[in-house]
Design a binder for this molecule. Structure first.
Ligand code: DGL
Length: 249
């Protein structure tokens, strides 16, 4: 019950989910495995991603995590079903592009921006099919290398990419689904390129689902003080300082 919540992503992106988790479940302990070594996930094959993510799951289970949060749309759309089969006793919560949120809010012109893997995935096609009204225009766009540019903090290149890819929709769309957990980290750039447009991500929904799953399994922490966060990054320790800065910003 007082074991940590394990969270992982291909790098810093999972922080956008961890921030929401901390708001909803402040007294839990967290281990966040940011897999910057293998960033970007969005251009890898299914076989590679299953191999990489199952190794992370093994590690988080060795560390006694009571639930595993896949804070990555790419890893969720690609590996969730297989991981659930491989680890039938583990509780997994994943994240998928917040297409349902756009539908629930009756937006009329929605861009879905995600990694190349997610953009082409069957899961995104299913979500568009399930949560799409005839009056709603959906524009499914690949974010190409954007997650990696965010990982490397390439500010000018991030702006140039978003301007080139989304600038043409200025004044023509009312919402953008940030279908990669790295994207909320640069929401200020999205706002510059598409002023006034609603930016939708799944972070809060994931946090509420984790709470629900822990309550169901009677695994909510009994601690009455704020929990600890451990961040693991095997590429470079400097990412850890940067992560805490992002987390506390
Ligand atoms: N942050 C991840 C996602 O939500 C993956 C980005 C990447 O490594 O390509 O899809």
């Amino acid at each position: 019950m007082n074991g940590p919540i394990g969270v992982f992503d291909s790098g810093l992106g999972g922080l956008s989910v961890l921030k929401e988790l901390r708001k909803v479940l402040p007294n839990e302990n967290y281990i966040f495995y940011e897999d910057s070594i293998h960033n970007p996930y969005g251009v890898k094959s299914e076989e590679e991603l299953i191999q990489i993510t199952s190794q992370i799951v093994d590690y988080l289970l060795e560390r006694n995590c009571k639930i595993i949060v896949i804070a990555c749309n790419t890893a969720t759309t690609c590996c969730m079903k297989t991981l659930r089969k491989m680890y039938p006793n583990v509780i997994f919560v994943g994240t998928v592009p917040a297409i349902k949120v756009a539908y629930d809010h009756h937006y009329k012109h929605t861009i879905i921006l995600s990694t190349p893997y997610t953009t082409q995935s069957k899961r995104v096609q299913e979500l568009i099919h399930d949560y799409h009204s005839p009056e709603q225009e959906i524009i499914n766009v690949s974010g190409e290398n954007l997650a990696n540019l965010i990982e490397l903090d390439k500010k000018q290149e991030i702006y140039d990419f978003l301007e080139k890819t989304l600038g043409k929709y200025r004044g023509k769309v009312d919402s953008v689904v940030l279908g990669c957990t790295h994207y909320p980290l640069v929401s200020d750039v999205f706002k510059k390129v598409l002023p006034g447009v609603a930016l939708l991500d799944g972070g809060n929904g994931v946090a509420r689902e984790v709470k629900h799953q822990l309550e169901n399994a009677h695994l909510i922490s009994t601690a009455s003080v704020e929990g600890k966060i451990e961040i693991i990054n095997r590429l470079d320790d400097r990412y850890i300082d940067r992560s805490f800065e992002i987390l506390n910003s």
